[in-house]
Design a protein around this ligand. Structure first.
Ligand SMILES: [Fe+2]
Ligand SMILES: [Fe+2]
Length: 267
């Protein structure tokens, strides 16, 4: 299905190996069914819920994804810190301090001649300190001038206010500001006044019956007893949470943003 809109699917934090397995099984079918030009996932929770390994990065590449964003968990797996540069399709938050390995944005030469930049930013409210995501966004946008047709931002952050503020800060300057990190989808997908598609959080790709992807009993025990617990990733079914964004090919303006949800039972 080809239309005069460029259509992308953006999926939130992917948690654990079963999420990747479900994605690998269904992604190609969804491309066809939804007429997708591009698929982006946030992969920061793939390795047992925390980070990405080299093996997972290779599996991701074979699974039919175009770009992978990350977040505060990106450095949780040691081998990946040294080897992130081997994976050009994976980005990490751009506002990590200078000298961090990897890169904070990518220009993806998409189908139908559209150059898509994806920028990953990390919030600072209720999170570990990093450089200012707002100033970093300005800096990257001026670097990107004339080099890209569409800019998408994954703003990986905890506080709803910081995320909404970023949406308005970038309104009219980027195609979309899509929130990740909380693993819970928000019901506020909209076009902002100057045309940027926005959602506070797209939600996760992870076990449906879980606390943010982790086994329920362990998390409950932590809260009830106050004793530290291990937090293994829960079992399938896997819920997929994301958004489908349509961008007019001629004007490069966003036509629509819609939440997208699927539940997958793995045998
Ligand atoms: Fe996160
Ligand atoms: Fe996450």
């Amino acid at each position: 299905m080809q239309s005069n809109a460029f259509r992308l699917l953006f999926l939130g934090d992917m948690v654990g190996k079963d999420s990747l397995e479900a994605f690998r099984k269904y992604a190609i079918g969804w491309r066809e069914e939804l007429g997708l030009d591009m698929v982006i996932v946030n992969g920061e929770n793939l390795a047992n819920g925390s980070g990405i390994t080299v093996k997972i990065a290779n599996e991701l590449w074979r699974s039919g994804v175009d770009v992978v964003t990350t977040g505060d968990h990106v450095w949780k797996q040691r081998d990946f810190i040294r080897r992130i540069d081997e994976f050009p399709f994976i980005i990490r938050p751009a506002n990590y301090p200078p000298g961090a390995p990897g890169k904070g944005y990518i220009i993806w030469a998409a189908t139908r001649g559209v150059r898509v930049a994806v920028l990953n930013l990390l919030g600072r409210v209720f999170m570990q300190p990093v450089d200012c995501p707002f100033r970093k966004a300005d800096e990257v946008l001026s670097e990107l001038e004339g080099k890209t047709d569409i800019v998408l931002v994954d703003f990986h952050a905890e506080a709803t206010s910081e995320k909404i503020a970023m949406g308005y800060y970038l309104d009219g300057r980027v195609a979309a500001v899509l929130g990740t990190h909380t693993h819970v989808p928000t019901a506020d997908a909209k076009l902002l006044p100057k045309g940027t598609a926005y959602i506070t959080d797209v939600g996760m790709v992870g076990p449906q019956y879980s606390v943010l992807g982790r086994v329920v009993d362990n998390v409950v025990r932590k809260y009830v007893a106050g004793i530290p617990q291990r937090f293994p990733v829960a079992e399938p079914p896997i819920e997929f949470n994301g958004v489908v964004v349509d961008i007019d090919l001629e004007s490069k303006r966003v036509c629509s943003i819609e939440q997208w949800k699927k539940l997958i039972y793995l045998d």
